[in-house]
Design a protein around this ligand. Structure first.
Ligand SMILES: [Zn+2]
Length: 336
């Protein structure tokens, strides 16, 4: 049997063998199916339901097309420059770096980053995304997986991107009629388990960028009934995460990590919100505001209720060195 080099079993973290219809974990006696080169570790539990034989609505298709530019922008204008800065600062070898986009959606980020020579993997727990990924160039680096049970060994990734995921964990969402959402009783335990799993696969000294709409800001531009529509919400709604909540989840995890809120400057083009008059009105002001938020003392605002969108830079302490392989490059990252 050939052992698969990229993935481990998400249940037991053991090595897997390549079988005729998928990846086999001999310890758990499970076969994870692989189709079109894409492995599926969901065991049938998806975030969504999508039947490829039924056609998408015109609005849904338009939304997916619209998403592509935003995906490119997120990487090319925001995360790639951050990664490049770290690589240059510590003279890190590009070919040794591994990146995970957890909740990678349409998978464009994985194509874009791999095309720059950065070995990048993406996961999402979605049947729709799995269907979309068949058209990605680097589809072999995309897998269907639960963010709380990742198919990767400890300390694998030097950088992890995770956009708009945490708010969907530990809540029940209702999409029929007006959008509504309710927190589950074990929401905090689920979100802590999710962060703990991300820190497990993050290399010591590596960086996790967690971004999400801010629960401490009363308007949500990302989960309205229509794309880009503003949604007013109560500050105790229990859906969107707040900086303080994420700090408390981190403090409950054994792996030591530090958190720094960052400005979302250049993360968005405000295209979707620009469909509405209020979006067009605030767009230029938001650009100026987010730019200011990059520098002290305005940078203090990045983690507060005065910032509509959180970007939290979470660094895993380098003391937890798992392998020699990672320690050299990563201890350099730590010397900031
Ligand atoms: Zn297993």
């Amino acid at each position: 049997m050939v052992v698969h080099a990229s993935y481990v079993c998400p249940r037991c973290h053991g090595g897997m063998e390549i079988g005729p219809s998928g990846l086999i974990c001999p310890a758990c006696t499970i076969t994870y199916p692989v189709a079109d080169g894409i492995a599926d570790f969901s065991e049938g539990h998806y975030y969504d339901q999508f039947d490829p034989s039924s056609s998408l609505t015109v609005e849904h298709q338009a939304g997916l097309n619209h998403e592509v530019e935003g995906s490119r922008w997120r990487i090319q204008a925001y995360y790639l420059p951050k990664i490049e800065t770290t690589l240059r600062k510590f003279a890190l070898e590009r070919s040794r770096i591994q990146i995970l986009d957890c909740g990678c959606g349409n998978g464009w980020s994985v194509d874009l980053l791999n095309d720059t020579g950065l070995l990048t993997w993406g996961v999402d727990l979605s049947q729709l995304r799995r269907w979309q990924w068949r058209e990605r160039k680097h589809k072999g680096n995309l897998a269907v997986a639960d963010a709380r049970r990742l198919p990767f060994e400890d300390g694998r990734f030097h950088f992890i991107l995770c956009s708009g995921v945490i708010e969907h964990i530990g809540v029940q969402e209702y999409k029929l009629g007006a959008y509504s959402v309710k927190p589950l009783e074990n929401r905090d335990a689920m979100r802590t388990a999710f962060l703990s799993e991300l820190l497990r696969v993050l290399a010591p000294g590596g960086t996790l960028w967690l971004d999400c709409p801010n629960g401490a800001f009363p308007i949500d531009f990302w989960h309205g009934d229509r794309v880009g529509q503003a949604r007013r919400h109560a500050l105790n709604e229990g859906f969107l995460a707040k900086t303080g909540e994420i700090r408390s989840y981190l403090s409950a995890i054994k792996t030591p990590a530090s958190l720094k809120p960052r400005s979302p400057h250049r993360l968005f083009r405000f295209q979707q919100v620009g469909r509405h008059w209020y979006g067009r009105a605030i767009r230029p002001l938001m650009g100026i505001y987010f730019n200011l938020m990059r520098v002290f003392p305005f940078s203090i605002l990045a983690g507060t209720g005065l910032n509509p969108y959180l970007v939290l830079e979470i660094s895993k302490e380098a003391d937890h060195v798992h392998s020699k392989e990672h320690s050299t490059a990563i201890l350099l990252i730590k010397q900031q």
